[in-house]
Design a protein around this ligand. Structure first.
Ligand SMILES: O=P(O)(O)OC[C@@H](O)[C@@H](O)c1c[nH]c2ccccc12
Length: 261
């Protein structure tokens, strides 16, 4: 079977080399200097009653287009107004239909933290993330050798970005270090796109309970969020369930009302 993650990473390597050749480095540095304010996603999740990280996701390799028309400014401000603790914005273009411009457009609309969701393999993407206004970045264990993941986490911290480490299986538990601010369990296998929320419940007992734990993907009902919270999770990353509706902000509103916090 073709491993989709490997294909995405191969494409990303080419895109990053291209970005490094064409980017205006001094403009990037200027923007990093200007964007000094930083919001802690870890603290926002710890303090939040919903713990929901609402994601802006236009398409995915497994589902194709989920919402082609969605306007990132509208969705970002509706997500915040309706109780999201933080936002996740997918910026990968070929597989997820997003872009850095989406994050740039969303940033002035809201003041909750933004997670830049992409396949980060190179320091340059961290500089870019900081310059476009991200507060946190995702590092995916399945996409990075352990030493590389640690280096990227250290650079992210130097730049004032928080790190959400994403793991999927027991094999990746050794990626957890003090350098990561939040630990995410992806319920989706990025190689096959097989998705089971049971993955979070299975791994919960093996995760350090004094860390901020996030359950990611395939969450579509408030009952699951309640159970995940009982298992120790404080963050719930939800994309498709909201994005597949014509009004993702309204989808979040209904979800949170049913959660009955
Ligand atoms: O749309 P869902 O099933 O609610 O999932 C959201 C989010 O967890 C998912 O988009 C995701 C989790 N980890 C990733 C890594 C890369 C791309 C996407 C992802």
């Amino acid at each position: 079977m073709k491993d989709i993650l490997q294909e995405i990473i191969a494409a990303k390597r080419i895109a990053v080399e291209q970005l490094k050749r064409t980017a205006d480095r001094s403009a990037l540095e200027r923007k990093i200097d200007e964007n000094r304010s930083h919001r802690s996603m870890r603290e926002a999740l710890a303090a939040s009653t919903s713990g929901i990280i609402a994601e802006f996701k236009r398409r995915s390799p497994s589902k194709g287009w989920i919402n082609r028309e969605a306007d990132v400014r509208t969705v970002a401000s509706d997500y915040q107004a309706n109780g999201a603790a933080a936002l996740s914005i997918l910026t990968d273009t070929p597989y997820f239909g997003g872009s850095a411009e989406d994050l740039i457009a969303a940033r002035p609309q809201i003041d909750i933290p933004i997670l830049r969701k992409d396949f980060t393999i190179d320091e340059f993407q961290l500089y870019e993330s900081r310059a476009i206004g991200a507060d946190a970045v995702l590092l995916i264990a399945a996409a990075l050798p352990l030493a590389r993941c640690r280096e990227l986490a250290a650079t992210a911290h130097r730049l004032g970005l928080e790190v959400l480490l994403e793991i999927h299986s027991e094999k990746e538990l050794d990626y957890i270090s003090d350098e990561v601010d939040m630990i995410g369990v992806n319920n989706r296998n990025l190689g096959t796109f097989d998705t089971r929320v049971g993955n979070s419940f299975r791994l919960a007992g093996q995760l350090p309970q004094d860390r901020l734990l996030v359950s990611e993907s395939g969450i579509s009902d408030p009952e699951t969020v309640k159970k995940l919270r009982e298992a120790g999770f404080r963050g719930f990353l939800i994309g498709e369930n909201f994005m597949k509706t014509a009004d993702p902000g309204y989808g979040l509103d209904t979800f949170i009302k049913t959660l009955n916090l």
